[in-house]
Design a protein around this ligand. Structure first.
Ligand code: ADQ
Length: 469
């Protein structure tokens, strides 16, 4: 088995299972992948330094070796908060209204990618596979090639790839995509994002793409394919059977009182997750169904993220206002409709919360995949499972057709779905849950990693050209 060198913007030091805090989807998925392949996870430490030195901090925790570098404050400002989170993130989630196009961000993005390339190269041995993650590092492969790295290098994009008409609003979009064509393999979450990328390659670059996703460019062959990510099913199942999970379940159930039903939302506080629209939809449900309203509670867990970016400060403010308004309008002395919680929880407790919820409300406006939908399904009691309401705009939707699929922009549609889910007979809940569970269990993170790594090894593929091309 080839050693893996995983490169991502942030490296989160692996934690013991059940440790507190909110790890993003990427951290959860990669921790699991690296435990099994002996390898190194390289990236930014999350810390700042006055002047960049490229010093590698190597550590080994819970079976995973990590190597991190510190970045300068200007890098963090312009590369991370700037180009990654003010330009690419909103653009790739179809939000050109929130996208900022600042030249200095782009320059810093290139500089930091160069710094990543220089720092990771000493770690790479001849037979290693290099696996780069996400939108922070799209040009990294080309920089490694420039510096003579001939290993197989793959990129996996965790977020959507936008339609060409939106993507071309990015200055220097041609250079960005040309730089990506130095990878051997480019993976997307879904066929939809893959199609958008291929559309761009054909229409804007005039390149030919074979049916199997092979692109020929300057005598190189690049394969583009979809690899839908999954959860670490076994780990999650164990977490959901732990004493902490059972304790969390009991606490939450007891706090509801009577036969009250609970809906749960768990998301990073991000505008792509459709939280404002979700609150509006719940408001609509309460208003349209006064006879049922007091029997229902929405628990929304949303730890703040990217607080240095103004659009995130605005959405936080907006949600606080909305939750306050809805609670003020509908609550009585013994019942508050929305419990809005801004913090992370250990995964085992989260599993208990999911299990206590009659409905999982997962309604992003646009999402690369969405692992919460899969976690919700994995945590249910198979005999008496809850119902998943899922946005058709989540990357998870094509695999999860047995959820109640909704358009998150329509409060009426989501409100109707809540009503339908609350009234759903046990038999139908079980049937839907069984089908969902089968795909969550089979298409898990282990399979995702195996498929990607196999494709990166180029099994069955021809020789590839390397440095200097
Ligand atoms: P995210 O946008 O972070 O990931 P998601 O896939 O839903 O979104 O993963 C979030 C993870 O964080 C889940 O595992 C969840 O349990 C955890 N989490 C969220 N809130 C939490 C809390 N309060 N306490 C503890 N844990 C919490 C990006 C892309 C997604 C893609 C993933 C993986 O945006 O589309 O699915 O990467 O590729």
């Amino acid at each position: 088995m080839s050693r893996l060198i995983v490169v991502s913007n942030r490296v989160s030091v692996p934690q013991a299972m059940g440790a507190a805090g909110a790890q993003g989807g990427l951290a959860v998925a990669l921790g699991a992948a690296l435990r099994e392949n002996r390898g190194i996870w390289f990236g930014w430490s999350g810390k700042e330094t006055d002047s960049f030195t490229g010093h590698l901090d190597m550590q080994r925790n819970f079976g995973v070796t990590t190597a991190t570098i510190d970045l300068e404050p200007q890098d963090v400002d312009e590369y991370y908060n700037g180009y990654a989170n003010r330009t690419l993130w909103p653009l790739f989630h179809y939000r050109i209204d929130l996208t900022e196009y600042d030249r200095s961000f782009g320059e810093s993005y290139v500089r930091v990618n160069q710094r990543f390339a220089e720092s990771v190269i000493p770690l790479i041995e001849p037979e290693d596979l290099v696996w780069v993650h996400d939108y922070h590092l799209l040009p990294l492969g080309s920089m490694l090639r420039e510096k003579g790295v001939t290993n197989r290098i793959g990129l996996f994009l965790h977020i959507p790839w936008p339609p060409t008409r939106l993507f071309v609003s990015l200055p220097n979009h041609e250079q960005l995509v040309a730089s990506m064509l130095h990878y051997d393999l480019i993976g997307f979450q879904t066929e939809e994002w893959l199609d958008s990328f291929i559309h761009y390659i054909k229409k804007e670059m005039g390149l030919k793409v074979a049916k199997d996703g092979t692109i020929e460019y300057q005598s190189r062959r690049i394969v583009a394919r979809a690899f839908p990510i999954g959860i670490d099913y076994d780990e999650f199942l164990e977490a959901s059977r732990s004493a902490d999970a059972i304790g969390a379940y009991d606490r939450l159930k007891n706090s509801l009182g009577g036969n009250r039903k609970m809906l749960i939302g768990v998301d990073r506080l991000d505008y792509s997750k459709g939280l404002g629209e979700r609150f509006d939809s719940f408001d609509r449900f309460l208003t349209d169904n006064p006879d049922m309203a007091k029997d229902v509670v929405l628990l929304q867990i949303a730890p703040p993220s990217r607080g240095d970016v103004s659009s995130y400060q605005l959405i936080r403010h907006d949600l606080e206002r909305k939750a306050g308004h809805i609670n003020g309008a509908h609550a009585d002395v013994a019942w508050v409709p929305i419990r809005y919680v801004n913090r992370g929880y250990p995964r085992s407790e989260l599993a208990g919360f999911y299990r206590a919820a009659d409905i999982g409300l997962v309604t992003p406006l646009r999402d690369g995949m969405n692992l919460v939908a899969k976690e919700y399904v994995a945590a249910q009691d198979e005999e008496d499972p809850g119902v998943l309401i899922l946005s058709r705009f989540a990357g998870a939707a094509p695999q999860m057709q047995d959820a109640v699929l909704v358009n998150p922009h329509s409060p009426e549609e989501v409100s109707d779905a809540i009503k339908q889910a609350l009234a759903m007979p046990l038999e139908e809940r079980r049937r839907r849950h069984q089908a969902l569970l089968a795909s969550v269990r089979d298409e898990d993170v282990v399979r995702w990693r195996e498929h990607f790594v196999e494709a990166l090894q180029g099994k069955g593929a021809d020789d590839h050209s390397t440095a200097g091309n």
